[in-house]
Design a binder for this molecule. Structure first.
Ligand SMILES: Nc1nc2c(c(=O)[nH]1)N[C@H]1C(S)=C(S)[C@@H](COP(=O)(O)O)O[C@H]1N2
Ligand SMILES: [Mo]
Length: 263
């Protein structure tokens, strides 16, 4: 007789009702177990400590919490006023690396007429020259400057502590806000960050490197030195400073880098 290839195998093993019951029981137990784990995980996510206000305020809780867990941990570590490691001046690089110069190529820029524009909360502007800033108490720091591109270098910077600057110009109302933004005079490079980092005791508005006025390539007349952040946040050639309770835009965050970019 020809074998019919389409004919189903009639030689089916008889499966007892008992076996079926047992299989059903096993799969039901497994399903219940996984469900419990999933539910527990969801409950755990929801029970995570509420984040410090500001950072991700208003964002989808569950999603943001997962995305910003790193930031949360860092920010919490931060509230202890944790300082970055500093080094003796003798360890500072004599030839300081130059990275990029976005926002520093405007040929009409004139450092002699440059002014730092501070946008106050009440809508007025404070305009300062480098001489004004150099009158404030000077602070220096030697620390390991880190670029996200993979290099780091111990370097020596001098300027005014951002917190001293705030106190001297009575910008306490501004400092009580959640975020700071800084931009180059042409607006082409800009950074945004949370207030804690900018008010950190090691953050400087710097006008010197290795005890000399900053050369153009390092951000003359004034740059940000924020040692608790990667290089990308250390804006060179500051044109303006703004304050807000909302996250202010950030050049590299817009291009997919971590907004926090903390160490
Ligand atoms: N205006 C401006 N500031 C900037 C940048 C830039 O391209 N333009 N690059 C940032 C990056 S990625 C780094 S690592 C540091 C490098 O600073 P340096 O050139 O003084 O070493 O500057 C930061 N500040
Ligand atoms: Mo960088």
């Amino acid at each position: 007789m020809m074998k019919n290839p389409f004919k189903r195998n009639t030689d089916i093993k008889t499966v007892s009702q008992q076996q079926i019951n047992r299989r059903n029981f096993i799969s039901f137990t497994a399903f219940a177990g996984f469900s419990a784990i999933a539910y527990g995980g969801w409950r755990w996510l929801n029970s995570l400590p509420v984040e410090t206000s500001g950072t991700t305020a208003g964002a989808n809780k569950l999603l943001r919490r997962a995305l910003d867990k790193n930031e949360l941990v860092l920010r919490n570590a931060f509230s202890n006023n944790h300082l970055v490691q500093t080094y003796p001046k003798s360890m500072a690089a004599k030839v300081v690396r130059v990275n990029s110069n976005i926002g520093m190529t405007d040929t009409s820029f004139d450092s002699k007429t440059w002014q730092l524009v501070v946008n106050r909360k009440n809508g007025t502007q404070l305009k300062l020259g480098l001489d004004d800033i150099r009158k404030l108490p000077k602070t220096a720091i030697v620390f390991d400057f880190k670029c996200v591109e993979g290099w780091d270098q111990i370097s020596h910077w001098g300027g005014v502590k951002f917190s001293d600057f705030i106190a001297h110009y009575n910008l306490q109302e501004e400092a009580a806000m959640q975020y700071v933004g800084m931009a180059t005079p042409d607006g082409k490079y800009y950074v945004g960050m949370e207030m804690a980092s900018i008010m950190h005791p090691q953050t400087l508005l710097a006008y010197e490197v290795n005890d000399q006025l900053l050369p153009d390539k390092h951000g003359h007349p004034l740059r940000l030195i924020v040692p608790v952040k990667y290089g990308i946040k250390n804006l060179k050639r500051i044109g303006s400073i703004s304050f807000s309770d909302e996250r202010l835009p950030d050049f590299w965050a817009k291009r997919g880098y971590d907004y926090y970019s903390g160490l």
